[in-house]
Structures are given as structure tokens and as C-alpha cells.
Design a protein around this ligand. Structure first.
Ligand SMILES: NC(=O)c1ccc[n+]([C@@H]2O[C@H](COP(=O)([O-])OP(=O)(O)OC[C@H]3O[C@@H](n4cnc5c(N)ncnc54)[C@H](OP(=O)(O)O)[C@@H]3O)[C@@H](O)[C@H]2O)c1
Length: 285
């Protein structure tokens, strides 16, 4: 248990971050993250709904705090690059990859664009933002002697294939696998990686997806979910929220995460050799 819960931790826990990028901040869990962070953390808030972002920002701009918004569709590569550029310029030290969407229905009956939108947002944008911003997060943490933070919002649906929500659950499994692997790769580096797996939570998600997880018995409040995720950063890699399924999900994750850590030790020298070969062939050219 100690080994599992310690994955991704390398030092003392940092109590706050200077500047956070939150995707999907215009509603639900993302807006709750913005409200839950302390006023000492500046905010870069993004989503497509400019009016909702502005309203949230207006309530959070206190005492000279930096709160910026960018309205951007993260499935659009130019808009995504704008967010990445601004996050780099603001020197974020906390990235919360929260934007996500899904649509209930049989794969064969869904419009192609609906499935593509889920994969583009939940998989491609999430992984691209992470890859683009990770070097800066690490560099700044190494320079400052502080710890950076990376939160990837997955879902309790990531645990098993889910008929009639196939692309969504598979996209969240991607997030979970990617985040756990990153936590193993980044062990020993000054960054805390967390994969948040919310259970049913009362947000706009259900209405958009075509069913209402927020109406399920025991559905959580978005503010509680965000607070628990932030309080767990640097303590646990996989954080599952929800009265009913939270403890169950984390129990199921433990053996697999220990296995992932072992695989990380096997793969690390192979990746190192590959990197040295690439550097040598670059020197030759
Ligand atoms: N609610 C649940 O029961 C539940 C359970 C497990 C996991 N989750 C996950 O939690 C995360 C937050 O969802 P939520 O429940 O808070 O739902 P939500 O209220 O619908 O919020 C989703 C956020 O994602 C943004 N978004 C959607 N499409 C986007 C796009 N193409 N480009 C940029 N931003 C986009 C939305 O902003 P705009 O509309 O302004 O673009 C919104 O801010 C998601 O990753 C979701 O999969 C939710």
C-alpha cells in the first residue's frame, strides 16, 4: 500500500502553486477547481463559453490575483496552440486537464463527428496539452526547487468497457493509463501526477451526454470533487471520488499501479538507450 500510494512522490508536499491552467473551467468540475484553488494561485481558465469564463473570472479576481481567460475549442489545433502559448508565457506550475465530453448511444448509430469530437477532446487534446506543457512544468520546478502539479481528469467509467458509452469510457481509460504511466516515468522528478476518476457528479455533463449521472443516487457535488482532488495531489496517483464507487475504484487500482511501477523499471533503460541512439545519430548529421 505504501509503495502504491507513494508513486509519483519524490519529496515534501507543496501547499500551493503560483499559476494554474484549468481546461473546461467554464462549468462543472473545472469551475469548481478554479473556486477551490487558493487566492495565492493565479488562474488561466479555458473553455469555449467566453461569457461563463468571464463571469467565473470576475468572482475570483481579488487582491491583484492574475485571472485570465481564453475562449478556445481544444479540438481545434490553432486554438489549442494559443492556450499552450499563453500557459507557457504565464509560466504555469499546475496543469489541470479537465475538459471532457461524451455522448451516449450505440457506436453504429452515432454520427461520425460525435465520436470524433469525444476522441479529439478527451484523448488528443489532453495528451497534446500535457506533452506540450510538461517540459516547462519540470524546468520551472527544477529551477525554483518547488513541485509542479499535473491533474488528468479521467472517470470511474475508465475501469471497464462500457457499451453505449464506448468511445467515452475508452477515452477515459486512455487518460487513466497515460496518467499512471506518466506518474511512473516522472518518479524522482519534481512533479506530482494525479489521475482523478470522479464517480457520478452533478454538473452539466449528463445533460450534454444524453443521460444524467448527476441524478444517480450518491452523486457528488463538483466542489467536493475538486477539493478532494487538490487535497490528494502529491499523496495519491489515482484518486476516485464518490461515496459508493470511490473506495472500490481505488482498491481495484492498487495492484495494477504497483505492476505499472515495476514495468517502469523494466522500460526505463530501454527508453534511455533509444534516446542515446537518437542523440548520437543527430550528432552524426
Ligand atoms: N459529471 C460526471 O458525472 C463526471 C464523471 C466522471 C468524469 N467526469 C469528467 O469530468 C470532467 C469535467 O466534466 P463536468 O462533469 O464538469 O462536465 P461539464 O459541466 O459539461 O464541463 C465540461 C467542460 O469541458 C469543456 N469543453 C467541452 N468541450 C470542449 C471543447 N471542445 N473545447 C474546450 N472545452 C470543452 C466545457 O466548456 P465549454 O462548454 O465552455 O466548451 C466545460 O467547461 C470531464 O472530463 C468529464 O469527462 C465527469
Amino acid at each position: 500500500m505504501a509503495g502504491w500510494s507513494g508513486i509519483g512522490r519524490t519529496g515534501s508536499r507543496r501547499s500551493h502553486h503560483e499559476m494554474a491552467l484549468i481546461t473546461g473551467a467554464s462549468s462543472g468540475i473545472g469551475a469548481a477547481f478554479a473556486r477551490a484553488l487558493p487566492a495565492s494561485t493565479g488562474l488561466l481558465l479555458t473553455g469555449r463559453n467566453a461569457a461563463a469564463l468571464a463571469e467565473l473570472a470576475a468572482g475570483l479576481e481579488v487582491g491583484g490575483r492574475t485571472v485570465e481567460t481564453i475562449a478556445a475549442d481544444l479540438t481545434d489545433s490553432d486554438s489549442r496552440q494559443q492556450v499552450i502559448d499563453r500557459a507557457g508565457a504565464l509560466e504555469i506550475d499546475l496543469l489541470i486537464n479537465n475538459a471532457g465530453a461524451g455522448s451516449i448511444g450505440a457506436v453504429v448509430d452515432q454520427p461520425r463527428e460525435t465520436q470524433a469530437a469525444t476522441v479529439d477532446l478527451n484523448v488528443a487534446a489532453m495528451a497534446d496539452l500535457t506533452r506540450a506543457l510538461l517540459p516547462g512544468l519540470l524546468e520551472r520546478a527544477e529551477d525554483s526547487g518547488q513541485r509542479a502539479g499535473l491533474i488528468l481528469v479521467s472517470s470511474s467509467t475508465a475501469l471497464a468497457p462500457l457499451p453505449y458509452f464506448a468511445a467515452y469510457a475508452a477515452s477515459k481509460a486512455f487518460t487513466l493509463f497515460y496518467g499512471e504511466a506518466l506518474a511512473a516515468e516522472l518518479r524522482g522528478r519534481p512533479i506530482d501526477v494525479e489521475v482523478l476518476c470522479p464517480g457520478p457528479t452533478r454538473t452539466a455533463f449528463g445533460g450534454r451526454a444524453g443521460f444524467a449521472p448527476g441524478n444517480l443516487p450518491g452523486a457528488a457535488n463538483a466542489d467536493q470533487v475538486a477539493r478532494e482532488a487538490l487535497a490528494s495531489l502529491g499523496r495519491r496517483v489515482v484518486v476516485a471520488t464518490g461515496r459508493l464507487n470511490g473506495p472500490m475504484v481505488e482498491t481495484m487500482m492498487r495492484p495494477r499501479l504497483a505492476f505499472t511501477m515495476g514495468l517502469g523499471r523494466v522500460m526505463r533503460p530501454l527508453a534511455g538507450r533509444r534516446q542515446r541512439q537518437a542523440a548520437a545519430s543527430e550528432d552524426e548529421t
